[in-house]
Write a protein that binds this ligand. Structure first.
Ligand SMILES: Nc1ncnc2c1ncn2[C@@H]1O[C@H](COP(=O)(O)OP(=O)(O)OP(=O)(O)O)[C@@H](O)[C@H]1O
Length: 278
């Protein structure tokens, strides 16, 4: 069974069509990233899948149920990290994590979750005294405490420093290895590339491309740029398959110590797809 099945999803806000007929399938165990510019409809889509927002049309199945009508037992099987979670509570990190764990039938131990999100040193601190990035880690802790089968992460690493982001990526890989299905939205292309098995780009309420990080938007077929040095000068050539050129360079005994072969980054492909390309 698929974790998420969406067909013809629509959402209209007071006459404004924010989501215009989305079809989407996320298989169990997959890490799926939803990309797109501000206002593309990502949060709207995710909130409908979480059962936090009503849809205007289309069919949605999440873990086999319709999130618009699913009950508490279904809710206990999903984990949610909202974009604008307000957890400026007067509780400490440990109190908050334990408190929320109490809502689930089989929560992870609070200390284990606090360790997983890297907040052990702050476990006794009041949440409202934490930095923005540390609060975001509390949000992630609350999203995973119930051992969700499916985890929704809406821009989870906004405000994280680079080390915290890498640590978060490791956590996502650990959860994925345990079999958790993950749907994440992000504006960080390198995050999508590092984590996602598949991704979709949303623009103006429609999916404009879908694929793996390596193949999205024809990325794998695009020309490679080959650079090397010859007589102290940098030479540049383009080729779909660089094999022949490299063979030739080896035959010519060219100096290949500075050789690089690059293809467009995911960000290049993404910017082209949303019409903001170079
Ligand atoms: N509660 C609301 N009422 C009216 N319009 C809304 C509401 N929520 C979102 N919208 C509109 O719907 C569109 C999609 O918004 P959404 O938040 O889903 O985009 P997003 O892709 O998540 O953007 P971001 O990257 O900025 O988070 C936007 O034009 C937004 O103004």
């Amino acid at each position: 069974m698929n974790a998420i099945e969406v067909s013809g999803l629509r959402k209209t806000y007071q006459g404004h069509e924010a989501v215009r007929g989305i079809d989407l399938t996320v298989t169990r165990g997959e890490v799926f990233a939803l990309l797109g510019p501000n206002g593309a409809g990502k949060t709207t889509t995710v909130e409908i899948l979480e059962g936090h927002r009503r849809r205007s049309g289309g069919d949605v199945r999440v873990l086999g149920d319709d999130p618009g009508t699913a009950g508490r037992a279904w809710r206990a099987r999903i984990g949610v990290v909202l974009q604008d979670a307000d957890d400026a509570a007067d509780l400490t990190v440990a109190e908050m994590v334990r408190h929320v764990g109490g809502f689930y039938p089989d929560p992870r131990p609070a200390d284990e979750v606090i360790e997983l999100v890297g907040l052990t040193e702050k476990r006794g601190s009041k949440i409202r005294q934490l930095s923005g990035g540390q609060r975001r880690r509390v949000d992630v802790a609350l999203g995973i405490i119930g051992r969700p089968e499916l985890l929704f992460l809406d821009e989870p690493t906004t405000g994280f420093d680079p080390a915290a982001r890498r640590q978060f990526w490791e956590l996502i890989r650990t959860l994925a290895a345990e079999g958790t299905t993950i749907l994440l939205t992000t504006h960080y292309l390198e995050e999508a590339e590092a984590l996602a098995d598949r991704l979709a780009v949303l623009a103006g309420g429609r999916i404009v491309a879908e694929g793996t990080p390596a193949t999205l938007g024809g990325r794998a077929q695009s020309d490679a740029v080959i650079k090397w040095q010859e007589d102290g000068k940098i030479r540049t050539k383009r080729a779909t398959d660089p094999t022949e050129l490299i063979k030739q360079l080896i035959d010519e005994k060219a100096d290949l110590t500075t050789l690089t072969i690059t293809r467009p980054t995911l960000e290049d492909v993404y910017l082209d797809l949303i019409g903001a390309g170079r």
